[in-house]
Each structure stands twice: as C-alpha cells, then as structure tokens.
Design a protein around this ligand. Structure first.
Ligand code: N01
Length: 553
C-alpha cells in the first residue's frame, strides 16, 4: 500500500459530503446548517444521546459556569420559545435543552449514536477521508466496524473528550466504587451515607465536593492545588426574568462575538493602576457581590498580565474566602497566604457552599503537596505517611488530556501516512486553531490554538462553525475539492499563540491551559489569548483573502 492510500474497507462504506464527530453544541450547529445547505451530512457520537459534554458529565452537582443566555445556540428556532429556570443550569436542565433542540430541529435522524470514530485515512486520489468507527450494537458492548467515505471531516469532539486518571500504583485493587467524573454512571449512583474520597479540586471536584459533602458519612478530599473558587450566586429564574427576555436577543448574539470571552459582557476598560486603591476595592466588592466568572472577566483589563495587581486581587479573594472557613489550618490549606498561582490564569470554579463543606465534622482535607498518594489498596487510598484512608467510593475529579486528547486519540492518518498524534507529540501545530497541515479537508472546533478555554462554548462553536461552513461553501462554488493548511502558515500561527500567551501570567500555573496537567505532555500555550473578537476577525480576514495560508485545489 502506498503512503496515503486508504486501507480497503470490508463493506461498501457510507458516502457523505461531511461527517461531523460529536453532537454537543458545536456538532449540532454544523449539522443543522449543512443540512439546510443541502449537503449529505451525518454525526457520529460515542454517546447514546445528545449533549456532548452534558451527556458524559452527569456527576453529582454538574452544572455550567457560564450564565444564561450566553450559554445557548443562536438558532432562532431554539431561542424564541425556550425558558431557562436557573442562571447557571444544571446538567439535567441542559439535557432537557438538548431534547428541546431535537423537538425543534429533528437532528437525531441524522445522528448515529453509540458509534465511536477510531480512525480515518486520507485518500489523496479521491480527496476524501475513509473513516472507521466502532458501533456498539447492544448494551453488552459488542461492536461492529462501520466505514464512511466523506469529503470533509469536522471534529466537534469538545475540549474534554479524553479523561485523565493518574497512573496510581495498585489502582485496580480498590474494591469499592471508582469513577472519573466524566464517566459517571448514566443511571446515577447513591452515595448517601458512604465514605467517599474525591481526588482533584478543579471545576468538577469543587462541584462534586459541595454536592456530596452534606450527604455522605465521610468526605475525604485529596487536594494538590487549592481552587481559587468564586461565588456563583445562583438565581432561580422564570419566564419574566431579564435572562429569559427575547428582546434584543439577536443583537446579543452578535455582541458576544465582539467581546474578549465570547460573552454578552466585556472586560473592564481600565487597567488596575489607572484606578485609586479605593476605586479598585469598590470595583472588586461590586464584582464579588454580583458573583460568577465576571469577577475575572470584568476585572481590571490587566489582571492576568500585571503581577502586582494580581497579588492585590488574590489578597481580596483570600480575605473573602477565609471569612467562611472556621479552622485556621483549613483556612491556610484552602486559601493560602502565598498564592498557589496568579488568580485567573487557571480555570476558577464557581462555588455555592464549597468552603462551608470544610467546616463540617465529616470533611477531611489531605494536602497532597505535603503528603502525596502512595498507592491504592483494596480498602482505599494510602498516602505517603502510611495512612490508609478507608473508602467506599473514590471520585476521580482529575481532569482531562484537554484540547488535544480528543483529537489525538483518534488514529488520523494524513497525506504522508503519519498520524496527528505523532505530529503533535512535541507540541501542537495548527492553522487558525481549526486545521493542520498534512490533514486536508479536516477541521476541528473548540480545540487547541483557538480561544477555546477562554471562550464561552456556544460562541466559539458558532464562530468557528460559520467559518468552516463558509469555507466548504466557497469550495463548492469554485469547484474545489481539497484544502490544506500550509506549513509556514501554521508555524506563524504557533508563534502568534506563543506571543499572545507570553503577554500574560499563564505560564505560572499548572493547568490544562498549558498542557501541564498531563505528565509527558508538551507544556506550551494551548489557547489563543488574544480575545474572541480579534480571533474571529483574523480568521474572517484570511477567508476574505481567498483562504490565505491554505493550498486549495
Ligand atoms: O479538571 P481540572 P476538571 N494527583 O484539570 C487534580 C470544565 N468544566 O474536570 O490543580 C492529584 O481542572 C488537579 O490538581 P492540580 C472547566 O473548563 C466546567 O475539574 O493540577 N491530583 C486538579 O485539582 C474545567 O476547567 C464545569 O494540582 C491531581 C484536578 O485534579 C475543565 O472542565 C464543570 C492529579 C483536575 O482539575 C476541567 O475541569 C466541570 C494527580 N496526579 C468542568 N492529577 C462547569 O462549567 C490531577 N489532579 C462548571
């Protein structure tokens, strides 16, 4: 077989214009628009239902940290009649939203569920991808191979498609219940009255801890880095709420493309030093009272660039948080005197009763920086001091091989037969955070080297979605069948990503923003830090210039 020639498929493959992978916000947006344009398009998804991240993440307390109506699709059939019940909806309401999407758009007829794309090979002769998927045929897990030929492949796998579980010694010997947050049993799990250990205090860990804390008999939290969590200030809303108002909704969707974070609101216009200390304090108090990620997004313009300002904001946060924790040792563990990292350069969680949980007599905090996990035992978790923490259940809230893992875990073989995992082994090489040289006609949304981590999900899914849709339309109009990013264009893109990131304090935290949460992963900036508006304008500019940076034929 010559390099790049696809393997022969055993049965005649399904033939499509476009195969989309993943049916969360991004995938549904693509399917809906491509169908309207008359393309033959399908979605494959490993899940059994719609929702993407909201299918997998059904752990106790899972809810979104973006306030509504930021966190929804702008498709008119959807927003006109939909009413949210909470400012920050939980996973069940988000699933209802996706069922409503089905009711309005009839998407499921073009989605093959329980079907995981495992590989794809570029066919240089036909300018097509030959895609291999495993379809689970029944609940016992038996599967069959499905082949598809598609001119275009659009990956909407989300940034968190590959869970990460640390390689603990004797992990398999634990005899209790053990789940990663994103692999929570769909039927739920009753942990009432059980002894539960939670490893990890990221966004997932914080939510699990505050939800389970009041109901379990014993909660043991294994913390490596304290989360600089912010008050959510959840609000119940009804049809009359301004958050459900349909007035100016289309203008708001336009507006969210023109901000730094893809939200309807933007960051503060002033730098910290331009305000007096009194003005700064008043601004922080106001943001704190309002709650939400606005504390970061509407903070002073230079919060993530100016260490001195950042220290002042950290001190404000620390004082507020400590007021809620009774025990001085617990105060120091959860809100240390020395910041673990600058505030805002690692994803902060929104919390409701997180800190109060640690005042409960049933809660224990193990500081893994002082006493790491040595191994798992049949009874629980053994730490380096020899203590075995006996547990009925362990929740692995240990995060994801974010941004790249969902893509590299699929065996994509490009023009020279090499895989994308090999290509990105020592760092990501993409162009516009949507394509990669050597992998023609393949696009990805909400992945690496785009605003992803710094962007409201549906906004970026739509911005990138529109760009891809326009590109494929342009190709059809001009009778083009192949598009590939140029190597030098992606090298410039990579440099730009590094330059933008270097303007901030991002490198001062261990986090999935930089790939530093995964051992052996290249540590580098993985997101576009120049704001959503600038990203969108730049991508549109490239398109206007006849898809500058690409070779089309
Ligand atoms: O994952 P994380 P997540 N030993 O990577 C710890 C989105 N999300 O699932 O900080 C011990 O943030 C790790 O410790 P450290 C959101 O964008 C959104 O919580 O690296 N501990 C950390 O505490 C979020 O950012 C929502 O020192 C280990 C934790 O595990 C993203 O998903 C809800 C360890 C992992 O935190 C990921 O969040 C949930 C080890 N070997 C998720 N390895 C909402 O919208 C890792 N850790 C609300």
């Amino acid at each position: 077989m010559s390099p790049g020639a696809p393997p022969a498929s055993p049965s005649p493959p399904l033939s499509l214009d476009i195969l989309v992978v993943g049916c969360g916000f991004g995938g549904i947006y693509q399917l809906h628009h491509f169908r309207k344009l008359g393309y033959s398009v399908k979605i494959f998804d490993a899940a059994s239902n719609l929702g993407g991240i909201w299918y997998w993440n059904c752990y106790p307390g899972a809810r979104v940290d973006s306030e509504v109506p930021n966190y929804e699709l702008s498709i008119p059939e959807l927003w006109k009649d939909w009413t949210w019940t909470e400012k920050y909806p939980g996973w069940m309401e988000l699933r209802q939203y996706f069922e409503y999407v089905e009711e309005k758009l009839d998407v499921k007829k073009d989605i093959q569920f329980n079907t995981r794309v495992v590989g794809a090979t570029w066919d240089e002769e036909q300018h097509e991808w030959l895609i291999e998927a495993q379809a689970r045929m029944n609940p016992t897990g038996a599967s069959t191979t499905v082949w598809v030929r598609a001119r275009f492949l659009v990956l909407c796998v989300g940034f968190a498609a590959k869970p990460y579980i640390p390689n603990y010694k004797s992990l398999e010997t634990f005899q209790g219940i053990l789940h990663h947050t994103s692999q929570w049993p769909q039927a739920g799990l009753d942990l009432h009255g059980k002894r539960v250990g939670v490893i990890g205090t990221g966004a997932s860990g914080v939510q699990v801890i505050q939800e389970l804390g009041p109901e379990v008999s014993q909660l043991t939290v294994f913390q490596r880095t304290p989360n600089l969590a912010l008050p959510m200030r959840q609000v119940k809303i009804d049809g009359d709420s301004v958050m459900n108002s349909k007035d100016s909704r289309t203008e708001m969707y336009e507006q969210r493309r023109k901000t730094v974070g893809g939200f309807f609101y933007d960051r503060h216009h002033r730098r910290g030093p331009e305000a007096t200390p009194e003005e700064r304090l008043a601004h922080l108090e106001q943001l704190w009272a309002n709650g939400g990620l606005r504390f970061l997004h509407q903070n002073f313009y230079d919060l993530r660039m100016n260490q001195e300002l950042n220290d002042e904001v950290y001190e404000f946060w620390r004082r507020k948080v400590r007021e809620r924790i009774h025990d001085p040792i617990m105060q120091e563990k959860l809100a240390p005197t020395i910041p673990p990292h600058p505030i805002g350069v690692k994803r902060a969680s929104l919390e409701q009763n997180y800190y109060e949980v640690f005042n409960q007599p049933n809660a224990t905090l193990i500081d893994l920086e002082e006493c790491p996990i040595a191994e798992m035992t049949p009874q629980g978790i053994k730490t380096a001091d020899g203590t075995v923490h006996e547990l009925d259940a362990i929740v692995m809230a240990t995060g994801f091989d974010s941004l790249t893992g969902g893509i590299t875990q699929i065996d994509f073989k490009g023009v020279d037969g090499g895989s994308i995992a090999e290509k990105w082994k020592n760092g990501v090489h993409s162009y516009l955070g949507m394509t990669s040289a050597g992998f023609p006609n393949m696009f990805f949304v909400y992945g690496p080297q785009a605003p992803t981590a710094f962007c409201n999900g549906p906004t970026c899914g739509e911005i990138q979605g529109d760009w891809i849709i326009d590109c494929i339309k342009y190709m059809a109009t001009n009778q083009l069948t192949r598009i590939e990013a140029k190597v030098d264009a992606e090298e410039h893109w990579r440099q730009k990503i590094f330059e933008l990131s270097a303007q901030g304090l991002w490198g001062k935290a261990r986090s999935w923003y930089m790939g530093s949460n995964i051992p052996s992963k290249a540590v580098e900036p993985l997101n576009w830090a120049g704001g959503v508006q600038a990203y969108n304008e730049l991508c549109m500019e490239k398109a206007k210039r006849g898809y500058e940076g690409f070779v089309l034929s």
